[in-house]
Design a protein around this ligand. Sequence first.
Ligand code: HEM
Length: 522
Amino acid sequence: MNQSATNKATTEEAAARRFRENLRAVPGRLRETMFRSGEPRTDRTRSAFVFGNVFLHLHAVRAHRWSLRWPTTWGLGIGALSSLFVLIFTGVLLMFYYKPYPDVAYLSIKDIHYVVPTGRFIRNIHRWSANLMVVIVLLHMARVFYTAAYRAPREFNWVIGMGLLALTLGLSFTGYLLPWDQLAYWAITIGANIAQSPREVTDALGITEWFDVGGIQKLLLLGAEEVGEEALIRFYLFHVMILPLLLVALMTVHFWRIRKDGGLARPADADNRLGSPSSDVYPVFTEAPQKTYSLAALVKGRTPAVGSGPEQTIPAMPHLMIAEAAVFMLTVALSVILALFLDAPLKEVANPAVPENPAKAPWYFLGLQELVSHSAFMGGIGIPSIVLIGLALIPYLDRETEGTGIWFGGPGGGRLVLHSAIFGLAAVLAIEAFVIRFGWIRQWWTATPQLVITLINPGTLLTLLYACYSLWSLKKYDSTRAGALALFTCFVCGFVVLTVIGTYFRGPNWDFYWSPSQWPGH
Ligand code: HEM
């Protein structure tokens, strides 16, 4: 072999060796290029891990120890997010088989339920997670309210949260129609009638011919006069595309705002309340500072306050991530357990000629349906609008600071909440019992004009009583927060009682029955 041939062989061998080495190094390099900051073992690399990840960087790099206590949030916000993940995952799987056309929709759901392997399980998980998400979002909202965590600078995040609540309910409602069975068909018919309820007023004023807001709302919702194929495709599109996209977009803003607002709300003296961390807690920020200049970033106030000690923050990675993973697993476990033991309902195929009696809206609208039975307009539009506007205004009216970040914090505190709960329950139970036993104006004087019924009905009376009690509390404690605590608690009680009555005690023709076994025809 001559010299040039030998050189060529050596070069080829070296190239082959380099290639083999590079090949062997691929897994390590892949990891390095994915996680550029190295393993998250030190404060610096932990921070870089969060910064360098498009999903995680919505988190702050460090979290206050107060935010990580279970009673601060009960993990409800992350629970809601976890339910959404479960819903998207199972929803996409269901889309492989579901067909959004009236003649095949029901059959495709039946296939999913009875034929497709694991189809019933996936459908059950989807159904129960949807209900779970509604419950968790409502509880999360209550926790934010009761810890006064909506106050400055978080006012706008509260408003965004209300958008999230509306989208969550919208998603659940639009999904309700898709099985195209009797339950779905008549529940959505009830929903559409609620949308049409302004007609109660426009009819009474004789202006429906020119100004039919109710009719337009119903038409926009259904795409036709009745629930049919236009409604189904509309609901499907909203359910699988428009609402999820809006929800994810708004949720991203919600999380980003939490970060920009300085993490979760906490009491001004949270550091003192927490005391020193126990020995198994990763050292709080710079227990042993290496560099003196970092003190400027550690202490509160406008001037260097060397004596005041470091803030009690710990790295989000791994502490917050572990807590979030735990909540995620709990939420998934709950949905799976429910799905294993309870089947999602599926009645006969939708039949527009055979109305369900009673036809009931989804459970979270049954409180409204109860109010609608007293006055369609007040129950469907009037009172919900008052409640929504009232809720949105809370953070802008309550400009106080006492009790921020503390359960039932603020003047009156837990005692006021207890008294308001007693008042709220007593008022709604008394009014409902009266109406069920003795009827209302229309039954006593049949010729009563509709506008009088719209204005004076059990729903408006209840709202008025709650408002008066709230004003009284506001004056008694000389505090807007006290008024808000009273009003919110009363409305929670009203919502729960009306929902329970609508769910369990209303039968055919929306008459009151102690049990479904007493329904006529049983
Ligand atoms: C899809 C629905 C929602 C999701 C996924 C969500 C998620 C979250 C998460 C993860 C947090 C931080 C941790 C926690 O509080 O658990 C949070 C905080 C917050 N949320 Fe929500 N949320 C939702 C709906 C709402 C609603 C309905 C409201 C109120 C109307 C609301 C208002 C707030 C506020 C003001 C904060 C800051 C609380 C604080 O600083 O302590 N959110 N949310």
